[in-house]
Design a protein around this ligand. Structure first.
Ligand SMILES: Nc1ncnc2c1ncn2[C@@H]1O[C@H](COP(=O)(O)OP(=O)(O)OP(=O)(O)O)[C@@H](O)[C@H]1O
Ligand SMILES: [Mg+2]
Length: 467
């Protein structure tokens, strides 16, 4: 048996949407005429071409090939980029972005499947992402699951403002050519599944109008699955937390939104060629049961180094303190954007002066807008979760399981306590670290800042909701 090399195995799925054989041949003809005497594309050139058509950036292709990003850049610049310009009758060096390759070749008719209809339905448009920084590893992982492995259900989870919607929207733009149809639903504006399905089925039905009289949710889901089998769709539900209960453990749907559980289960387990991408602050309670071959969750952390672009954009100074600023706000892009604006407007852009003022406080200064959004997430917490968070704040260091339970004012049995901790984890509100072979729990600087500066009575009121 002939063993295939890495490059021969990569990005093969694009053959379903592109006339690859014709493309290889036409590009090879251009290569022969314009560049060298060789008449074929090399396996590496073919792999890079397929990667670009599948929406992978040169950097991501490099990591798949175990090459450096620089060498892939060089190879593309002297090869595929130039052949594509010649094949599509453009001047040499006219190509300014790797995305032009798929765009120009699609315009030239090498795509076999219909163009994606970019659909926005009434429950929200696909957000336009103008500034997008970092997230390369996350994008690579998501493309691998969705484009290569053909996952049926992918969940993006993470705390408020961490960048779930932005990442989902950016990813959608990059992989849209892999789909015949894109549907984006913002659950903040419309959360009723039955209403959403009426609109989705309208869009997907071949004659443009579904049967309005259908009210049974199971029949609607049956119909949706039939369409998801017939065509490859990317369906995005943004903000699933809007369907979840307040005052209970993470991921329980409100009574009127229970059907989401049914929808996700059927999409995860039944046969079709589409993908449901969901963003949520809280992981649904039944997600662990669905996880498997075609279902994955990606939990988002802060932006890290890439957050510095936010400061550059706002002309902040004293860059030797930028790492400290990022760590104060755990790389949360929403918190950092708001803080950067305050630093620009109030501290003349000087990060050091702001940190001076910040460090004089018992905890970080949290922008009011961020606080308000964060409170909406906190309102979904149970009493015990809030008590655990407060306890971690007042101890100001990681605490292991037994100590944490002992520190709590209220008595709770171990089973209930474990569930509360697990619930906080599924909301991305606590982190686990290992200390002397013990699992210890800690909270991030944003949560510390919130609970240190807020009147505890408010949360005693919130906590009146039953355990
Ligand atoms: N990778 C990124 N590059 C630049 N800006 C980003 C990035 N990710 C997020 N942001 C910015 O941070 C803010 C919050 O992002 P976003 O709305 O995507 O967060 P979210 O996790 O969806 O929040 P929520 O839980 O409230 O829905 C937005 O203003 C967005 O523009
Ligand atoms: Mg969002």
């Amino acid at each position: 048996m002939i063993q295939k090399t890495i490059e021969e195995q990569l990005f093969l799925v694009v053959a379903e949407n592109w006339n690859l054989e014709l493309l290889y041949q036409d590009l090879a003809n251009v290569k022969r005429v314009n560049i060298t005497r060789k008449a074929k594309l090399s396996p590496i050139e073919k792999a890079m071409l397929r990667g670009l058509l599948a929406g992978y950036s040169p950097k991501e292709i490099a990591s798949k090939l175990y090459w450096t990003a620089a060498s892939v850049g060089v190879e593309l610049s002297k090869g595929i980029y130039r052949y594509v310009e010649a094949l599509t009758d453009r001047e040499s060096n006219a190509l300014k972005s790797w995305r032009d390759v798929a765009k120009w070749l699609e315009e030239a008719g090498y795509k076999t499947k219909n163009k994606t209809h970019n659909i926005s339905i009434n429950c929200g448009e696909l957000p336009e992402v103008t500034q997008f920084y970092g997230r390369e590893p996350e994008l690579t992982q998501l493309k691998q699951w969705i484009v290569e492995k053909r996952d049926r259900l992918v969940m993006l989870s993470g705390m408020v403002g961490i960048g779930k919607t932005t990442l989902a929207a950016h990813l959608t733009q990059e992989i849209k050519s892999d789909f015949e149809c894109i549907i984006w639903c913002n659950l903040k504006y419309q959360s009723s599944l039955s209403h959403i399905l009426v609109e989705i089925l309208d869009v997907l039905s071949p004659n443009g109008k579904s049967n309005d009289t259908v009210v049974d949710i199971n029949i609607q889901i049956n119909q949706l699955l039939k369409y998801l089998q017939e065509q490859r769709c990317l369906l995005i539900l943004d903000g699933l937390e809007n369907t979840m209960s307040a005052g209970s453990f993470a991921g329980f749907y409100q009574k009127k939104y229970q059907e989401y559980s049914q929808l996700m289960k059927r999409i995860a387990t039944e046969n079709h060629q589409s993908c449901l991408l969901v963003t949520s602050q809280d992981e649904p309670i039944d997600m662990p049961l669905l996880q498997g071959n075609n279902v994955h969750t990606l939990s988002l952390n802060g932006l890290g180094e890439a957050a510095k672009n936010i400061f550059l954009e706002r002309n902040l100074s004293s860059f030797q303190f930028w790492d400290e600023l990022i760590s104060c706000y755990c790389g949360n892009p929403l918190a950092l954007k708001l803080i950067a604006a305050i630093i620009r407007d109030l501290f003349n852009g000087n990060v050091a002066s702001f940190l001076d003022a910040n460090n004089n406080q018992t905890s970080n200064i949290l922008p009011i807008y961020f606080k308000k959004l964060f409170e909406q997430q906190l309102e979904r917490l149970s009493n015990l979760e809030i008590e655990i968070l407060r306890c971690l704040v007042s101890n100001n260091r990681p605490i292991c399981f037994n100590n944490l339970q002992d520190h709590l004012a209220s008595e709770s049995n171990a089973a209930y306590f474990i569930q509360a901790l697990n619930s906080l984890r599924r909301r991305s509100l606590i982190d686990m670290i290992s200390e002397n072979n013990n699992t210890c729990f800690q909270i991030n600087n944003i949560i510390k800042a919130y609970f240190s500066t807020n009147n505890q009575n408010k949360f005693e009121l919130l906590a009146l909701n039953e355990y």
